[in-house]
Ligand binder design. Structure first.
Ligand SMILES: [Zn+2]
Ligand SMILES: [Zn+2]
Ligand SMILES: [Zn+2]
Length: 141
């Protein structure tokens, strides 16, 4: 999804992009990891983007609403990662918090009789290949 489309979607939600907000958005779009709002705020500050925590929350909320961010609940904290707009699933590494998009839909259980499925969600949580190699004492990588 190109940036103009993202900006348009945000405008439709009455979220106007200032230069600082746009820098925060760029940071978010370019990352392949999930972070909590407080961590995104810290990353923005490290990158000299002067933005309040409230604005970080607001951007993540609006992006989630338009399908461009996904919240993940891990050990009681909510982390957010950037997502393309269309339907997919995730593999989340619990060590490094990398998030990979999976475009294959799983076999899903049948719904209770008489019920109709409108949508499904599935996210997988585990340890990525890199983190497995880091942990193994016999690794030669
Ligand atoms: Zn995604
Ligand atoms: Zn990892
Ligand atoms: Zn699916």
């Amino acid at each position: 999804m190109d940036k103009q489309t993202i900006v348009k979607l945000l405008h439709q939600q009455n979220f106007r992009l200032t230069r600082e907000r746009e820098a925060l958005l760029d940071l978010f779009v370019q990352s392949d990891k999930m972070y909590t709002p407080a961590q995104w705020h810290a990353l923005a500050q490290q990158a000299n983007v002067q933005i309040g925590l409230t604005t970080v929350y607001r951007l993540l909320e609006v992006l989630t609403k338009v399908g461009l961010a996904t919240p993940f609940l891990v050990e009681g904290s909510i982390y957010y990662a950037f997502c393309e707009g269309h339907h997919h699933h995730h593999f989340v590494c619990l060590q490094c918090h990398a998030v990979e998009d999976l475009y294959e839909c799983p076999n899903i259980p049948s719904p209770p009789q008489g019920c109709r499925i409108e949508q499904h969600k599935l996210d997988l949580f585990g340890t990525c290949e890199q983190c497995q190699q880091k942990k193994s004492p016999y690794s030669h990588h």
